[in-house]
Every structure is written in structure tokens, then in C-alpha cells.
Write a protein that binds this ligand. Sequence first.
Ligand code: SIN
Length: 188
Amino acid sequence: MSANTIEINRQRHRFDGRESVWLFGYGSLIFKADFPYLERRPASIEGWARRFWQGSHDHRGTVESPGRVVTLIEQPGVTCRGMAYRISPEVFDHLDVREKNGYLRFTTPLTFDNGEQAEGLVYIATPENTAFLGPAHERDIARQIAGAHGPSGPNDEYLLRLADSLRELADEDAHVFGIEHYLRNPDY
Ligand code: SIN
């Protein structure tokens, strides 16, 4: 199954004349920066909760056995902590391919740790995309993740690297840490 968003994203934003753009990463974009960047700074966005509700058929799973990766769900009052990268607009050619399984680029205000603010872009897989899986018990999400592998590697590596990165950012993401707990204690 594919919800290929490459062409839609290419037409969503015009970067004419801009030297750089901020990108906010909250999932694999925190721990796997396989793209050139000019600056990298911890940051947060408001009103969004990170959830393992997006299916991965192309990176951390397959069509037959999809993995689960994170997307953002609108939730007033919730802060999502992540990493902001200042990148040249050309880098979106690579990122649009990497994030092609259902993610669309949205504009967002972002706040750096020193209180400075900027506008940036963020990839979000909304419930309308065909790879969206939606909510499930964290124990079931952990089971699905434990059994999924894809071209980018095992799904559990994605979860564990994300959890470690969030600890480094001093984030308290109960959803991610809850799934991590079930993954590390499968008989719980
Ligand atoms: C992100 O990291 O910002 C998007 C989701 C992902 O690629 O894991």
C-alpha cells in the first residue's frame, strides 16, 4: 500500500529566493539526520501530540506486515518536543521522498529552548492518508513493532532510538515510553 505524497508536497510550498527554511522533526528526523543542515537546535511546537499511529510499509515494515511510526495528532495544550534543522530548500527533494508514505508538509510556529520563535515546516501524516492506522493499546502497538522489519531496519530500533533521543531532550513522552516499556517487557 502506498500513500505517495511526493508530488503533493512539491506543490505545497514556494521557497523562491529563500536561503534556508526551518524543519521541525519529532520522530526519525530527530535521530536520523541523513541530510545536510546549516544549524540544529532543540525546539518545541504547541498543540500536537506524538503518536505511533502511522503505518510504515516502506521503511520499518512491509505491505504484508506494516510497522508503526509516529505522526502528530492535534491536541490543545500539549507540547511536542523535537529537533529543528535549518536547511536549504533543495533538501526537501530528499525529505519528500523519505517521508512519502502519507506525510504532508505543514507550516508551524516553533519555539527554541531560549524562547526565540520562528516559523518552520513539519511533516504530518493525517488520518486521511491510506497508511494511517490510528489508536491501539500501547501493548498491541509494542507487539506490532516487535514483529515488523523494513528496508530501513527493524521497527523496534526506530522506537528505541526515538525513546533514547527524547530522554536526551529531557522530554516526558508517556506514550513513547509506555510502548518502550511493553517492548522491553513483552510478558508484562
Ligand atoms: C519526523 O520525524 O519529524 C517525521 C516522522 C518520521 O520520519 O519518523
